[in-house]
Design a protein around this ligand. Structure first.
Ligand code: 5RP
Length: 235
């Protein structure tokens, strides 16, 4: 017997299915990472089994494995070159469609794929909507070499940034530093509130050891919010 979905998962799956309506035959589609995106990948697999033709670029090794397992045709971004659409989850979104992403550690590939796409559709449950970004810790992908220097440079920027908290934590997994698909580290920044997301994003990316940060500004076009009672909000 399959387990019934929790209300949160129901909301995610409703948003994921609705977002697949944006996928048209022949499109090249970016596939996000995370539990909400996984619902979308599985639904896309069903649509492909019913005859839809799409070419997909996953944003992580685990999304790629899931996509192949449900019968999707997977290529690299270099093979696809550009994408019609990317559908991805988010950790937070605000009224201007600025996002925090990277809770699942895939922010670098997610941002590259989103930037190569005509449109980015974010799928979310209502808990992801915020007035101001920052309650969710901001992930920053940094190279392992010189990580302490990179961390110190981040602390220096945070000292004068418009944020509430300023703690920086190295993400761990199984008692070892978490490694991204590119072999980099993730520093999670507990900021509480981010007053100027665009400015902070630019400042963080100027630090030599920082590869990318989880603030997505001017990338998201549409947010599909699913509710556990079946309602859908399009923003
Ligand atoms: C992964 C991400 C995810 O989209 C984000 O963490 C949301 O995940 P979930 O859908 O599981 O809540 O950015 O890097």
């Amino acid at each position: 017997m399959p387990h019934p979905l929790t209300p949160g998962d129901l909301a995610k799956s409703i948003a994921a299915r609705r977002a697949c309506d944006y996928v048209e035959d022949g499109m090249k589609v970016g596939l996000g990472t995370g539990s909400t995106a996984a619902f979308m990948v599985r639904h896309l697999g069903q649509l492909v089994a019913d005859g839809l033709r799409v070419t997909c670029v996953p944003t992580s090794a685990r999304t790629g494995a899931l996509a192949r397992s449900v019968g999707l045709q997977v290529v690299t971004l270099d093979e696809a070159r550009w994408l019609d659409l990317t559908i991805d989850g988010a950790d937070e979104f605000d009224r201007d469609f600025n996002l925090i992403k990277g809770g699942g550690g895939a922010l670098l590939h997610e941002k590259i794929v989103a930037a190569a796409s005509e449109r980015m559709v974010v799928i979310a449950d209502p808990s992801k909507r915020v007035e101001t970004l920052g309650a969710f810790p901001l992930p920053v992908e940094a190279v392992a070499f010189g990580l302490q220097s990179t961390r110190a440079a981040i602390a220096e920027i945070l000292a004068s940034a418009d944020v509430l908290n300023r703690s920086v934590t190295l993400r761990m997994e199984d008692d070892a530093p978490y490694a991204t698909d590119e072999g980099n580290r993730i520093l999670d920044l507990d900021l509480g509130r981010i007053g100027d997301a665009r400015r902070l994003s630019i400042q963080l990316n100027q630090i030599p050891g920082v590869v990318e940060n989880g603030l997505f500004c001017d990338l998201c076009d549409i947010v599909v919010v699913g509710h556990p009672d079946g309602r859908i909000e399009l923003r």
